[in-house]
Design a protein around this ligand. Structure first.
Ligand SMILES: [Zn+2]
Length: 306
């Protein structure tokens, strides 16, 4: 069994177990369920870097969960606007067993899995990631989630400061999709107890975190007050102004659609939603922000006139 085979197995296993990074994964699963070539591998530890005996590079790196407001000097975080994340070496010695592996992953462009703690014993997997820069002088590496551009671009850059504005924008966009989006979905679905706020559907694979202010816009932050848990149908209906939500959380179906006659999906799925009130999170702080809804609602109104 080669290291490369184990790594390939791991990337497919993570992909399957997390539905492509969309669903969280527990440490009990990470440490018991992954078997490659007949060998069981531990994938997560509080130490951070998992390097199995004899491997050149780590399999995973972990950022442990910290309750909100608790700061530590070893913050692993995003370098604003660059699409890159900093990951601290383990300890102060750049040539320790674990750190050498981390730096080897940089030299050989070996894909790793980043486990990002979101609650006690619970992680979002960002996979694969690539170490883009090694900074022994700062005792850290910088990494990025999978990019759809040739990796060679990294070699042309001498550091994150050398990224062009368009590279930064591109990377930020990728980070949004690969890192923040799954986390946003997780937080929104949790707030809505895994239900569509319009029809109460509880099939998690069919649920999305819809943005009130779309994420392509500057104010479209991936935060719970800018989200609503909606099933795929209601999400698409909301995004195409078939359904509008007013600032008092009432659902409106476009008059044009109300006049149409079609099968049971239109009747029960869409038309009967007209006049309903969203099923909201109990906590006020997690409900959609009325100011954001107002902005979105005015677009729905404008679309009806058109
Ligand atoms: Zn629904």
């Amino acid at each position: 069994m080669s290291e490369a085979t184990v790594r390939e197995d791991l990337l497919s296993w993570i992909e399957l177990r997390t539905l492509g990074g969309l669903e969280p994964i527990r440490s009990s699963v990470l440490n018991n369920d992954f078997i490659s070539g007949g060998v069981r591998f531990t994938l997560q530890s509080q130490q951070g870097i998992i390097r199995p005996q004899g491997f050149r590079a780590p399999l995973t790196i972990t950022t442990v969960y910290r309750p909100p407001g608790r700061k530590t000097p070893y913050e692993d975080g995003e370098i604003t606007g660059s699409g890159l994340f900093a990951y601290r070496y383990q300890g102060e010695d750049p040539n320790s067993y674990q750190n050498v592996a981390l730096r080897q992953a940089f030299k050989d462009k070996i894909p790793l899995v980043w486990l990002r703690g979101i609650a006690k014993g619970e992680y979002m997997a960002v996979s694969p990631i690539w170490i883009a820069f090694d900074e022994p002088e700062n005792l850290r590496v910088l990494f990025a989630p999978r990019l759809d551009t040739p990796l060679g671009r990294f070699e042309e850059s001498s550091g994150p400061d050398s990224l062009s504005p368009s590279e930064r924008r591109y990377r930020s966009r990728q980070v949004m999709q690969r890192v923040h989006q799954p986390y946003f979905r997780q937080e929104v679905l949790r707030a809505y107890r895994d239900e569509c706020a319009i029809c109460s559907l509880r099939l998690r694979p069919l649920l999305d975190a819809a943005h009130v202010i779309p994420d392509v816009e500057e104010d479209g932050f991936p935060v719970v007050p800018n989200g609503v848990s909606l099933c795929k149908i209601h999400h698409a209906a909301f995004d195409s102004n078939i359904i509008g939500i007013d600032p008092k959380y009432r659902v409106h179906v476009s008059q044009k659609i109300l006049n149409e006659i079609d099968g049971p999906m239109l009747k029960h799925g869409i038309q009967e939603a007209d006049g309903r009130t969203l099923a909201l999170p109990r906590s006020k702080a997690k409900q959609p922000d009325p100011d954001r809804l107002e902005v979105r609602w005015s677009r729905f109104i404008a679309a009806q006139a058109g």
